[in-house]
Design a protein around this ligand. Structure first.
Ligand SMILES: *Cc1c(COP(=O)(O)O)cnc(C)c1O
Length: 425
């Protein structure tokens, strides 16, 4: 191990604290975490000089690859002007352009307002508070309950976490946030007294943290018509699904649904910088137009950060100049083919789930974590959710990268199985 690597690992183990991580295991003497130092396209390099395919797009964020010259240049150009200015009391050019650009993906007079924040959780917090205040200012505050789906995930701040249905993360905090009721299906939702429901929140097309589980086709559209009839607001969490991940720019476009709130983050800047947005409609916006005490008193220090907005504009321009969405159907079909093959001939695979460029490969119980560690030997970097290995590379991957990733999972799963059954490969 290089001296630098050792030094970084030591400082990390001594002083840092990692997300979603049992620190005892992390800091254990036998655990040598990878220190990632460089990226280019779909590749990442660690501090020992080893190269890996970024199989989960750096926790579901990266879109066009790392160190893309166009995004890098946009950030540098903005940096030469100014890195950050306050959006509280001032505007900035990139934020104006980005707000206009984001609303242009939706029919006129629908999602025409953009509220910027920092990450997926704050985009959700913003939608929650904005929607509740909307109720207060339109005389319907008796509608208080949020409805969320079991096993859903919407972020970790206390408000967003209260919408989370993944019990191993959120159960201990139940009852500490706003009123939330959980349903497992649209039928369960329809059976509820709708007049008490304020808003329903969902990850459209596919639940991510719930081991990559797609919803039945048509479900989102049915949910939208139910919510319209019931007078319930619809909040779509497109933090994972936004920006081409499911094959269209936004997942909701596949079922021609326009929500009352649309939350985006992860891929907004191409995965380069933390920036998020909550899009909403004129109807919501206009309820905040009266006296000063009706304003939306919400914001963060780095709201509409110019570097983030510049990266986002560059990322969105690449969708056009590189024909990103147009390139996807072929890649998605290729991935399906490879995954079908894997399901058929890899005995460690229990199930394979896919929605566009997002895939979950469920392995036999107990194999997920070890398979992901072993996959590094075969050049793939990813993480499992329980025993489901996530495969969600940057959208710029080529077909042979997908082949390599699936092959790495196959070989790693075989090897993991061999080690638990004590045999050899
Ligand atoms: C990642 C994620 C979030 C939270 O976003 P952060 O940027 O981590 O706060 C919320 N919802 C979904 C669907 C996500 O995948």
């Amino acid at each position: 191990m290089r001296d630098d690597t050792r030094r970084w690992i030591e400082a990390d183990k001594r002083h840092a604290w990692h997300p979603f991580t049992p620190q005892d295991e992390w800091t254990h003497a036998d655990h040598d975490p990878l220190i990632l130092v460089r990226g280019e396209g779909p590749w990442l390099w660690d501090s020992e000089g080893r190269r890996y395919l970024d199989g989960n797009a750096s926790i579901w964020t990266n879109i066009h690859g790392h160190a893309h010259p166009v995004i890098n240049a946009a950030i540098r150009t903005q940096l030469e002007q100014v890195a950050h200015t306050s959006y509280l009391g001032f505007g900035n050019p990139r934020a104006s352009e980005l707000a206009e650009k984001l609303t242009s993906f939706f029919p006129e007079q629908t999602l025409e307002r953009v509220f910027f924040s920092d990450d997926g959780s704050t985009a959700m917090e913003c939608a929650m508070k904005m929607s509740l205040q909307f109720r207060m200012q339109t005389g319907a505050e008796d509608r208080r309950a949020f409805v969320a789906f079991a096993e859903g995930y919407h972020g970790d701040t206390l408000g967003a976490a209260s919408l989370g249905g993944v019990s191993r993360f959120f159960e201990r905090f139940r009852g500490m946030g706003p009123e939330v009721r959980f349903v497992r299906s649209l039928d369960e939702l329809r059976a509820m007294p709708a007049e008490e429901v304020h808003a329903v929140v969902i990850e459209p097309l596919i639940q991510g943290v719930n081991e990559m589980r797609p919803w039945p086709a048509g479900m989102l559209r049915e949910l939208r018509s139910w919510s319209e009839r019931a007078g319930v607001l619809l909040i779509l969490d497109e933090v994972m699904t936004g920006f081409g991940r499911t094959g269209t720019m936004f997942a909701c476009q596949q079922e021609a649904v326009i929500p009352d709130f649309l939350c985006v983050a992860k891929g907004l800047t191409g995965g380069y910088l933390p920036l998020a947005a909550t899009l909403t409609t004129r109807r919501i916006y206009e309820a905040f137009g009266g006296a000063a005490d009706q304003a939306f008193y919400y914001g963060h220090s780095f709201t509409a950060n110019p570097l983030g907005c510049a990266a986002a504009l560059a990322s969105l321009s690449l969708f056009e100049s590189e024909g990103t969405l147009e390139s996807l159907p072929e890649k998605i079909a290729h991935l399906s083919w490879r995954l079908d093959e894997l399901r058929r001939d890899c005995p460690e695979v229990v199930d394979v789930r896919q929605c566009g460029m997002v895939a979950g490969i469920e392995l036999k119980a107990g194999l997920g974590a070890q398979t992901c560690v072993l996959a590094r030997e075969f050049g793939l970097l990813t993480r499992p959710i329980r025993d489901t290995v996530v495969l969600m590379p940057p959208l710029c991957v080529e077909k042979d990268h997908l082949d390599m990733a699936v092959e790495a999972i196959r070989r790693a799963a075989r090897k993991a199985q061999a080690s638990v059954s004590g045999g050899c490969e």
